[in-house]
Design a binder for this molecule. Structure first.
Ligand SMILES: *Cc1c(COP(=O)(O)O)cnc(C)c1O
Length: 359
């Protein structure tokens, strides 16, 4: 049954009515007036944008609210130790052609736009996202495609940003079509947070357009179970019904999801909605992100607890992305040691198990 169309159910309305300034934020959440100075300075350092839809998910205007913490600038962003950086993964140096990041020989990442519906305060592309909202130009796209044609070892292209789903259908179709025209690119992956922050974007028209570009994997970013609203679940169902394999990349964030209980609910909720939890990222060494960081030791304890409670389908790989070596899986040693022909293993609950090796 078609739902009544309200202005709020149109994604363009959501984009046009984003909260974009500290003044608008204070008007929406008067309780924040006491923190106005810090908030204003944080918003000047890394711009803010919040869709009305996402702002409505905030229950308490306080940094103890996970959704608030993900999207609202805070004074804590203004200080940080010197090991934090504007480009923690050194992506600028891994840019052989503008708009393309090459960290692996067979899969490249394209920055389709610098715009997001809602800017995540933990974003590791703060140097690009939000400052000047701009899409990849036709000339830049042509140069990227020419580069791809010269590199037959590339099998996969990840269309990211910014959020590619902030582009109109026709602009995104042009980018996907140009990539698809490169014969050796077998797989396209779309990275988007729209199902979480702008679910209205997943229209039947968008889905119809995307279907022309299979095999297309869609990787979302849900960080908290409260983001899995009825609207978000409907958006995910549309994508799954259209046949796109869905994965999720979450970021482990202090005060947002750094507990086994919260992550269990998130990962289980994703599987229920046909999304496979793919990665759980250790928070990058991003400038302004110190208050989000969780010690790796604590992350490993959480993963051990989750391994005891969730099936393999619901359990992502916990990874640290590094400038020098790419993604490194983080696991608390499950293979403890080898003595003679016996290998000793450690279960999530800490139980030791012996495995006799073959001759
Ligand atoms: C993460 C990432 C990839 C893809 O890595 P996977 O392990 O295949 O998900 C590719 N390029 C860049 C720049 C990345 O950050």
């Amino acid at each position: 049954m078609p739902k009544p169309r309200t202005p709020e159910s149109d994604w363009r309305w959501q984009m046009r009515h984003r909260i974009r300034s500290a003044a608008e934020l204070l008007a929406r959440f008067p309780g924040l007036r006491a923190q106005a100075a810090g908030l204003g300075r944080a918003a000047a350092r890394f711009p803010l944008a919040i869709t009305p839809y996402y702002a409505a998910l905030i229950r308490r205007a306080a940094d103890t609210d996970p959704i608030f913490r993900l999207a609202i600038p805070q004074a804590a962003e203004l200080c940080g130790p010197p090991h934090l950086a504007a480009d923690p993964l050194d992506e600028e140096r891994h840019t052989p052609v503008p708009g393309l990041i090459r960290r692996y020989p067979d899969r490249e990442l394209i920055l389709a736009t610098t715009t997001c519906a809602t800017y995540c305060r933990h974003c590791d592309r703060q140097r690009l996202a939000g400052a000047r909202e701009a899409a990849l130009t036709p000339a830049a796209l042509r140069r990227i495609v020419a580069w791809l044609r010269r590199h037959p070892e590339v099998r996969e292209v990840i269309v990211s940003g910014g959020d590619p789903l902030t582009l109109p259908d026709a602009a995104l179709a042009r980018i996907l079509g140009a990539i698809r025209a490169v014969p050796h690119v077998a797989v396209v992956r779309l990275g988007t947070r729209a199902p979480a922050t702008l679910p209205q974007r997943i229209t039947p028209g968008l889905v119809r357009m995307l279907r022309h570009h299979q095999p297309l994997w869609i990787i979302t970013q849900f960080n908290h179970p409260r983001e899995l609203t009825p609207a978000a679940r409907e958006a995910l169902a549309r994508l799954a019904d259209a046949g796109f394999p869905l994965g999720n990349q979450a970021v482990l964030l202090r005060g947002v999801n750094d507990s086994a209980v919260v992550l269990e609910e998130l990962f289980h909720g994703l599987v229920r909605n046909r999304v496979r939890p793919y990665y759980l990222f250790q928070c990058e060494l991003i400038r302004g992100g110190e208050h989000f960081r969780v010690p790796i030791r604590h992350g490993l304890e959480i993963m051990d607890r989750l391994r005891g409670r969730l099936g393999g389908l619901a359990l992502p790989t916990y990874v640290l992305d590094t400038p020098a070596a790419g993604k490194i899986p983080l696991t608390a040693g499950t293979v403890v040691g080898t003595a003679g022909r016996r290998t000793t293993l450690r279960s999530a609950a800490g139980l030791r198990v012996e495995y006799p090796e073959p001759d």
